[in-house]
Design a protein around this ligand. Structure first.
Ligand code: BTN
Length: 330
């Protein structure tokens, strides 16, 4: 049983305080605007402070909100979000097993196309190939539920499209250059900063749902994560360092917008540019690699990525098409 964070009173107080950020807002005004008692206002202010908001209280003057930089509450993401579908509903958890699992439950309900699930901490984050995904505080752990109306064949485009949307958003909001590593890792100087996991349900040649899971090492301690994973063949890095004060909200909003643009391209069948743009940002083409799939290990040289996102590997005189797996550069 999941109980997501749904606090409309807190949301309203934050909105009011934000609209008066250069001045104090009196407890009386807050209580009148929200039809709450003064005691209830005070209780909610205390709750907001415990959630991480910096609110100055002054006797006789009231309350003043100081700019916050790192809170991922639904109303923070919605405020300024430019999408039409993705993020219409946002669920937030302080702690959850996996946002992907919660999105799977949402997928059983109607009217959830575009819903976003975000958590501060995941206790059982899932990675690709049944690996665990270490998800401490400081990361962006998010799942997006989509119910697209297109051919199941297009499903394989989504990992590529999502990693591209993320790389573009990181560049636009943080001015950090990233590379894309097949199948869908986002890396900085060869070290992984984000990964994508897609759970899809296809029924009688129709997509029932797609759940896109995105894990971004936004502001984490890479050493701590490396220690707790068994997979040692790639390095891990963080997008933002611990002494930097950068908000994850703008990145999330930009990413949801870029993803929606791509989603619309797929819906209208104009997908040609996705593969080209992915290849432009990729560090994989032309590399000698070892590929590990669930059934075999292969060595060869990457000659391309096809339109569906499959890896084209030249190995022992033949070009092989690999749909899923992991690569290490050799
Ligand atoms: C990978 O192995 O590279 C993919 C990692 C995907 C992790 C994200 S975090 C949010 C969502 N919830 C999960 O349990 N996994 C995905």
């Amino acid at each position: 049983m999941y109980t997501s964070f749904d606090e409309t009173t807190l949301d309203k107080i934050v909105t009011l305080l934000k609209s008066h950020q250069s001045e104090f807002l009196s407890g009386e005004k807050l209580s009148k605007s929200l039809s709450l008692s003064r005691a209830a206002v005070w209780k909610n202010i205390k709750k907001l402070k415990s959630l991480g908001y910096k609110i100055e209280s002054r006797p006789k003057s009231g309350y003043k909100l100081h700019k916050n930089v790192n809170l991922l509450f639904p109303w923070e993401i919605s405020d300024g979000l430019q999408t039409d579908i993705i993020g219409r509903k946002i669920y937030y958890f302080e702690k959850i097993d996996s946002t992907q699992n919660f999105a799977l439950e949402l997928a059983q309900k109607p009217h959830e196309n575009g819903s976003v699930v975000i958590a501060k901490i995941q206790t059982q984050g899932r990675g690709r190939l049944n690996r665990k995904w270490v998800s401490p505080k400081g990361g962006i752990w998010m799942s997006i539920l989509l119910r697209p109306n297109f051919e199941p064949a297009y499903t394989s485009l989504f990992p590529m499209a999502t990693s591209l949307a993320l790389a573009v958003s990181i560049e636009k909001t943080l001015d950090i250059q990233t590379e894309l590593k097949w199948p869908n890792d986002v890396t900085i100087n060869g070290k992984k900063v984000a990964g994508i996991l897609i759970d899809a349900s296809v029924e009688s040649n129709k997509i029932d749902y797609l759940i896109i899971g995105i894990g971004i090492n936004f502001k984490i301690n890479p050493g701590m994560i490396s220690k707790s994973i068994k997979q040692k063949n790639y390095g891990i890095t963080t997008l933002v360092h611990k002494d930097q004060s950068v908000s994850p909200v703008e990145l999330i909003q930009q990413f949801l917008l870029e993803l929606e643009k791509t989603y619309n391209k797929v819906l209208s069948g104009t997908t040609g540019t996705i593969q080209k743009e992915w290849i432009k940002k990729s560090s994989t083409i032309g590399k000698n690699v070892t590929v590990t799939t669930t059934t075999r290990t292969l060595k060869g040289k990457v000659t391309g990525i096809d339109k569906t996102g499959a890896l084209l590997l030249s190995s022992k005189g033949k070009v092989q098409r690999i749909l899923a797996g992991d690569i290490t550069y050799t």
